[in-house]
Design a protein around this ligand. Structure first.
Ligand code: FAD
Length: 564
C-alpha cells in the first residue's frame, strides 16, 4: 500500500522545505519590502489579534508591514503545536517541547507589537473595542479588567470541546484540547495504575480502574487510543507486570465507523489494527450520560442501554463555540449559526474591519448560493433565464475563481463537464440557469465547510497577513475578481485553501497518510513521513530540537512514568 520512493522524496521535501502541510510561512504573493520610513508621519492603524493558536500566530508571524500597531490578547502566552498533544498524554514528548512563548515571536517583530495575557470576554463592534480581563491565578488575587480599541480586529479564538450537553461530561471526563488537558491525562493514567496496585483494591475495582474509555472516533480520539495502547504495551506493562491483564481500552463511536473523514481504506485498516491490538472498538454507540464511575451508552443496533464501568474517560467528539463568540454572534444577528460566518476574504459578515479565522469561523456557504444567483443575474442581461453555452462557461469559470469550494465540488461530484451534460440533455445552444442552480443546491454546498484543522487556520493567518501587508498597493492595483455588486475588481483574491494531506497515527510505529489526489498510504513508512513532517512544521528551531530529542529519548529509554 505504500510508495517507498515517494516517501523518500516527500521526507526530503518536508525536512528541507518545511512547507508540505502548509503550516509554514510560505508567501502566496510576491515579496514586498516594508520600511518604517513610509509610515513615520502617518497615524498607525491599531490591529488587535485575539488568540495565539494556529491562526493568530500564523497571522502575527507573517505580518510585516510597520503601518500597524499590534496588540495581541490571549489567555495563553504561548503557541501550542496541537497535533503533538496526544503524544504529551503519555510522555512521548514533553509539554514544554511543543510550546513556543509568544513573546519570543513578538520580540522578533520589527514594529510595535504588544502582548497581554488575558481573555477577551466581550467584543463591541459599534465602538470598535474589546473588553478583556486577566486570567492569572495562583496568588495574584483579583482579575484586572481593561479595554482595547481597534481599527482592525482579528478574531482567532479557536473553539472549545463539544459535549453535546451530555450530562456528566464536564464533571467527569477529560478533554484533550489544551496543554493542561494532556498533562492532566498523563497524571491520571499513572494514578490509575498506582491506585490499581494498592493491596486493598478488589479484583473488580482493579478492572474498573484500569478501564480507559475514549469517546469519539475522529483523528484525535483514535490517535489518543493508539498512544495509550503503545504506552501500556511498551512501558507500563513492564513496570506493572501484575496489572497488564487487567488493562482495557475501549473506543466508543456513535457513527458506524471511525475516521470517517478519511479514505475508506484507512478506516478499514485502522479498525482492523485496533481489533488486532485488543482495543475494544464499539461503533454505533452513543454516550448518554457519564457519572463518576460509569459511562452509559445507547447501542444503535440493539437499542439497548449499557453501563460501562471506567477508570478514566477521554472525551473527544468535536468542537463547539466559545461563549464570547456566541455573544458576539448574537450582537451581529448570526444567532442560528454554529460558528462565525465570514465572506471569502475572511471578513465577518456585516461587520466593518473585523476578520475571523481558524476554528471559530467558517466561510458562509449560504451566501455563496446567493452570490452565484447574483452573478448569473448580471450575466443574463435580458432576464431570459437562459445563457449562451459560451457565456455559461465563462460564468462558471468566474464562480470557480471566486469560490474554490464550488470548483472542488464540481470536480468531486464529476460535474466538471456539467455544461456539456446539460447541453446534451437539452440539445440546445442556450442553457437554463435555474437547472444549474438546482443541481448545485443538490450538491449541498451549505453543509460543506472547510475542516477545523491547523492547516486551514495557519493558511488563513498567512493569507490575512499578506492582505494586510499589501493593503496600500492593492488599493491602487486591485487583483481580485470582478465585483458583481458594483464596478471594478476586489482588492484581493479570495482565500483559497490548499489541502496538502492529512495523517492519522495508529500506534505501533504505523500511521496512515492521505495525500492530495486521494493518495493513501499506510504503515511504518508513513510513520517516518509523519515524524519528518511534524519535525519540520515546528514554529522554531528550539521546539524542533526539543521534539526530536524527546523522540530520541523515548526510543532509547522509553517513556517516563513518574507522576509529576
Ligand atoms: P487554537 O489553535 O485553538 O487557538 C485559539 C487561541 O485563542 C488560543 O491561543 C486560546 O488561548 C485563545 N483564546 C481562547 N479564548 C480566548 C479569549 N476569550 N480571548 C482571547 N483569546 C482566546 N489539526 C491538523 O491540521 N492536524 C492535526 O494533526 C491536528 N491534531 C490535533 C490534535 C488535537 C489533540 C487537537 C485538540 C487539535 C488538533 N488539530 C489538528 C486541530 C487544530 O489544532 C485546530 O484546528 C487549530 O488549533 C485551530 O486553530 P485556531 O487558531 O483557530 O485555534
Amino acid at each position: 500500500q505504500s510508495h517507498p520512493y515517494l516517501y523518500k522524496l516527500l521526507v526530503v521535501c518536508a525536512v528541507s522545505g518545511g512547507g508540505f502541510l502548509g503550516f509554514s510561512n510560505s508567501r502566496p504573493f510576491h515579496q514586498t519590502a516594508y520600511s518604517d520610513a513610509h509610515h513615520g508621519d502617518i497615524k498607525k492603524k491599531k490591529v488587535v489579534v485575539l488568540g495565539t493558536g494556529w491562526a493568530g500566530t500564523s497571522f502575527l508571524k507573517n505580518l510585516k508591514d510597520p503601518a500597524y500597531d499590534v496588540q495581541v490578547v490571549s489567555p495563553r502566552n504561548y503557541f501550542a503545536f496541537t497535533p503533538l498533544l496526544p503524544s504529551v498524554t503519555n510522555g512521548t514528548v514533553e509539554a514544554r517541547s511543543i510550546v513556543e512563548p509568544i513573546r519570543n515571536i513578538v520580540r522578533k517583530k520589527k514594529f510595535n507589537v504588544q502582548f497581554k495575557e488575558a481573555e477577551c470576554y466581550r467584543i463591541d463592534p459599534q465602538n470598535k473595542r474589546v473588553y478583556c480581563r486577566s486570567i492569572q491565578d495562583n496568588n495574584l488575587v483579583g482579575s484586572e479588567e481593561f479595554t482595547v480599541e481597534y481599527d482592525y480586529l482579528v478574531i482567532a479564538m479557536g473553539a472549545r470541546s463539544n459535549t453535546f450537553n451530555t450530562p456528566g461530561v464536564v464533571e467527569h471526563a477529560h478533554f484533550l484540547k489544551e496543554i493542561e488537558d494532556a498533562q492532566r491525562i498523563r497524571r491520571t493514567v499513572i494514578d490509575c495504575f498506582e491506585r490499581a496496585s494498592l493491596p486493598t483494591i478488589s479484583e473488580e475495582e482493579r478492572k474498573r480502574i484500569l478501564h480507559f474509555v475514549v469517546v469519539g472516533g475522529g483523528p484525535t480520539g483514535v490517535e489518543f487510543a493508539a498512544e495509550l495502547h503503545d504506552f501500556v504495551i511498551d512501558d507500563l506493562a513492564k513496570l506493572y507486570p501484575t496489572l497488564k491483564d487487567y488493562v482495557k481500552i475501549t473506543l466508543l463511536e456513535a457513527a458506524d465507523h471511525i475516521l470517517n473523514m478519511f479514505d475508506k481504506r484507512i478506516t478499514v485498516f485502522a479498525e482492523e489494527k485496533f481489533r488486532r491490538d485488543g482495543i475494544d472498538l464499539k461503533t454505533g454507540s452513543m454516550v448518554t450520560k457519564v457519572n463518576d464511575k460509569e459511562i452509559s451508552t445507547k447501542e444503535r443496533t440493539t437499542g439497548q442501554n449499557v453501563s460501562i464501568p471506567y477508570g478514566m474517560v477521554v472525551w473527544s467528539t468535536g468542537i463547539g463555540t466559545r461563549p464570547v463568540i456566541m455573544d458576539f454572534m448574537k450582537q451581529i444577528g448570526q444567532t442560528n449559526r454554529r460558528v462565525l460566518a465570514t465572506d471569502e476574504w475572511l471578513r465577518v459578515e456585516k461587520c466593518d474591519s473585523i476578520y475571523a479565522l481558524g476554528d471559530c469561523a467558517t466561510i458562509n456557504q449560504r451566501r455563496v448560493m446567493e452570490d452565484i444567483a447574483a452573478i448569473f443575474s448580471k450575466a443574463d442581461k435580458n432576464n431570459t433565464g437562459r445563457l449562451k453555452v459560451e457565456d455559461f462557461k465563462e460564468v462558471i469559470n468566474d464562480i470557480c475563481e471566486r469560490y474554490p469550494q464550488v470548483e472542488i465540488y464540481l470536480k468531486k461530484k464529476q460535474l466538471k463537464n456539467f455544461v456539456d451534460l446539460l447541453k446534451n440533455s437539452q440539445g440546445d445552444d442556450e442553457l437554463d440557469i435555474d437547472k444549474f442552480k438546482a443541481a448545485l443546491s443538490e450538491v449541498d454546498l451549505q453543509t460543506k465547510n472547510l475542516p477545523a484543522t491547523a492547516q486551514v487556520a495557519a493558511q488563513q493567518g498567512t493569507y490575512l497577513a499578506d492582505c494586510f501587508n499589501r493593503i496600500e498597493i492593492c488599493e491602487k492595483y486591485p487583483e481580485g475578481p470582478l465585483r458583481f455588486r458594483g464596478t471594478g475588481r476586489h482588492r484581493f483574491h479570495p482565500f483559497r485553501y490548499k489541502h496538502l494531506g492529512q495523517f492519522a497515527p495508529l500506534g505501533g510505529e504505523q500511521a496512515a497518510a492521505q495525500l492530495p489526489g486521494d493518495w493513501v498510504s499506510i504503515g511504518h513508512s508513513s510513520q517516518w513521513l509523519w515524524y519528518s513532517v511534524y519535525a519540520s512544521k515546528q514554529v522554531s528551531w528550539r521546539t524542533r530540537m526539543l521534539v526530536v530529542s524527546d523522540w530520541g529519548r523515548r526510543f532509547i529509554f522509553g517513556r517516563d512514568s513518574s507522576r509529576i
